[in-house]
Write a protein that binds this ligand. Structure first.
Ligand code: AMP
Ligand code: FE
Ligand code: ZN
Ligand code: FE
Length: 282
């Protein structure tokens, strides 16, 4: 069983359409893939239609933008009821604020001499939940930086960087409760990805566990061996399962689908905790 529980489509900042993501998951030899776009479920319908007849299992999910004590973090949510109103309203709030903030970031970039504009970013983002990676692609198009990851520096878009503007982000304990109330299973995404910015102390993870967190994403490209060992110990201490996943973003990042995978026993545990939706079997 090859299980990849974190992948993005162009419903957020990935470059594959949901159908292309499904086709690429099949081609990568995956048995299970989760669609986890940032703050949106807009890719569900197309992805679900695309799995028919493939044998692939699609786990509907999302990745929520959260913030506590000024530290941004991501919470993966799986198999929640997408129509549950309180959680749907919170996703909508974050997505709406992404537009205000995207415009403000573009304005900052222009003040700093980068010849990009909002129409260009909207063309790149299409219908996707707009974020810094789309602006990074605009900076690449304009020849300001050589690659998307080169835009995530203090000079430009990194957390706290010259052109970074914050968006509305949910308190993570509140987000954990919203996900559970919608029947979903919350998993802390890349909790030790410190190259992206500050990460939360273990005490916060313990608080989230008490609030209903289900698991920690441990095997991830942004975690070295030491971070993984530490997180595995913490998960055992707190009674959380651990996952592994690629955090695939199509051509916007270099990771490949299935580069990291989740143990079948952890996947079974996730399924056992979910009451809001079922996986879609192709
Ligand atoms: P946003 O959701 O608009 O705040 O942008 C965050 C997204 O930017 C993350 O989901 C990643 O896809 C991407 N990102 C964050 N840090 C980096 C980095 N250092 N290199 C490349 N992409 C990054
Ligand atoms: Fe992303
Ligand atoms: Zn993330
Ligand atoms: Fe992600």
């Amino acid at each position: 069983m090859r299980i990849d529980l974190h992948a993005h489509s162009n419903a957020s900042d990935g470059t594959d359409s949901p159908a292309e993501l499904v086709a690429n998951a099949v081609a990568a030899g995956l048995d299970v893939v989760a669609l986890t776009d940032h703050d949106t479920v807009a890719g569900y319908g197309e992805a679900a239609a695309a799995v028919a007849g493939t044998g692939l299992v699609l786990v509907p999910g999302a990745e929520l933008s959260c913030q506590v004590d000024g530290i941004s973090l991501h919470l993966l949510a799986y198999l929640f009821d997408p129509a549950e109103p309180a959680f749907a309203a919170e996703r909508e709030l974050v997505r709406t604020d992404r537009f205000r903030r995207g415009r403000a970031i573009v304005e900052r970039c222009r003040e700093l001499g980068a010849p990009i504009d909002w129409e260009q970013v909207q063309r790149i983002a299409g219908d996707g939940s707009v974020g810094r990676p789309h602006i990074a692609s605009a900076l690449v198009e304009a020849g300001v930086v050589a690659s998307v990851s080169d835009a995530f520096t203090p000079e430009w878009l990194a957390n706290g960087g010259r052109a970074d503007v914050r968006k509305h982000e949910t308190d993570p304990a509140a987000a954990v409760r919203l996900v559970r109330a919608a029947g979903g299973v919350p998993v802390f995404a890349h909790p030790a990805a410190d190259k992206r910015g500050r990460t939360v102390p273990d005490a916060v993870i313990a608080e989230l566990a008490a609030a209903g967190l289900g698991g920690l994403e441990v095997d991830h490209v942004d975690h070295d061996d030491r971070a993984r060992a530490r997180l595995r110990g913490l998960a055992a201490e707190l009674g959380l399962f651990t996952t592994g996943s690629s955090d695939y973003h199509g051509s916007r990042k270099t990771v490949r689908l299935g580069e990291h995978t989740t143990d079948p026993a952890a996947y079974e545990e996730l399924l056992a905790q979910a009451t809001g939706a079922a996986p879609v079997t192709g």
